[in-house]
Design a protein around this ligand. Structure first.
Ligand code: NAP
Length: 341
């Protein structure tokens, strides 16, 4: 039997996930869509899907068993709380919410329901290369991880939509989450350094250099460039006590011609992480079918929101901004259980 899903937010990633849920994956059916722009929702709705003007009505519709939220940040809090109020599993694109207070409300609502229902869209955790990298670190043959170097480069970002705050409050969350997951650690402080400004960024402040201080004492540096012009490039390398473990470069056809010998780099995040998004949804569908959620949790969404907030403070202060988390609810696993998730 197929899981009956409603999708809220039918913009760029909403449409990509609808394609994935209708054309790529099995055991799932998109039965409802809604968007603040109802005409767009109607345009992209799969055949037979109901189009809702109100996200609340979609969430409460009896035919909808689980929800995928792809709207913009500010709308997430209410939509998530509504899903939790009716006890339906929900996949929420990152960022989970945009404030610490909202993240705590989501955690509290899920703890009150007493079952995991929320999965946050940190798709890197589902990619085979990242999973192999984590297995090496967890295997401890290289000793303890000391540093993680993360590189997050975009050729360009949508002009006008992407603001100078977004590298820190929208893009960094992926690197922060994968660092916590790979190192089985929590972020306790954030510093931000601003290198010489790239002329390619126009009005945008670009690039950013971020230093994450981990509870274990490990350090994570993150380069975020959003106007690098040459495609979408994601790199990661963990320095351990007795060796280095790194993500491989993506295999691609080797082209030899008058410009030299070269391999293509993915054009954008949709191409780079296509298998990761598919696997993320495969696992979400399996868990949602059981009425629950696995994968990145509301706790992980909370950690990412705190990191983004601290990064924005650090960019303004120029110093180290500390992060203080509330006690982790048992529902989200013991602190040491991060490795096993
Ligand atoms: P987008 O193209 O602007 O799409 C967002 C859509 O949600 C728009 O159609 C927007 O309508 C609609 N919307 C806004 N508020 C709504 C509400 N209250 N109820 C229903 N619909 C609402 O943006 P996007 O690039 O798809 O990004 C959406 C989310 O996914 C963001 O949180 C983003 O950070 C995340 N994302 C994640 C990844 C990833 O790698 N995991 C990649 C890309 C995006 P209007 O256009 O009329 O405002």
């Amino acid at each position: 039997m197929s899981l009956k899903v409603g999708v809220i937010g039918t913009g760029m990633i909403g449409q990509d996930h609808i394609r994935r849920l209708t054309k790529v994956l099995s055991g799932v059916e998109v039965v409802a869509v809604s968007d603040i722009d109802e005409a767009r929702a109607a345009e992209v709705a799969p055949a037979g899907a109901q189009v809702f003007a109100s996200d609340k009505d979609l969430i409460r519709c009896d035919a909808v068993e689980a929800i995928v939220i792809c709207s913009w940040g500010a709308a997430h809090e209410e939509q998530l709380l509504e899903c939790l109020a009716v006890g339906k599993p929900v996949f929420r694109e990152k960022p989970m919410v945009t404030s610490e207070a909202a993240a705590l409300k989501v955690i509290e609502a899920e703890v009150t329901f007493d079952r995991r229902l929320v999965q946050v869209g940190f798709m890197r955790r589902f990619e085979a290369d990242y999973r192999r990298l984590k297995a090496v670190i967890d295997g401890a043959t290289l000793g303890a991880p000391l540093m993680y170097h993360s590189v997050h480069r975009n050729a360009s970002v949508p002009e006008g939509l992407y603001t100078s705050e977004m590298p820190l409050n929208d893009t960094l969350v992926h690197d922060a989450d994968i660092a916590r997951w790979l190192l089985s650690d929590e972020i306790t402080g954030v510093e931000v350094r601003l290198p010489r400004r790239s002329q390619q960024g126009g009005e945008l402040r670009d690039p950013h250099f971020v230093l994450l201080h981990m509870a274990s004492g490990a350090l994570v540096d993150v380069e975020i460039s959003v106007s690098i012009t040459y495609d979408y490039d994601i790199l990661g390398e963990v320095s351990c006590e007795a060796g280095i473990a790194a993500l491989p470069h993506r295999p691609a056809t080797v082209v030899t011609d008058g410009h030299g010998i070269r391999q293509a780099i993915p054009e954008d995040w949709r191409e780079r992480f296509i298998e990761a998004y598919d696997q993320e949804f495969r696992e979400w569908i399996a868990a949602a079918g059981e009425g629950t959620a696995t994968g990145p949790s509301a706790w992980d969404g909370y950690a990412a929101t705190l990191t983004a907030d601290a990064a924005l403070r650090a960019a303004a202060s120029g110093g180290l901004e500390r992060i203080k988390m509330v006690e982790k609810p048992a529902l989200h696993g013991a602190p040491s259980a991060l490795a096993a998730e």
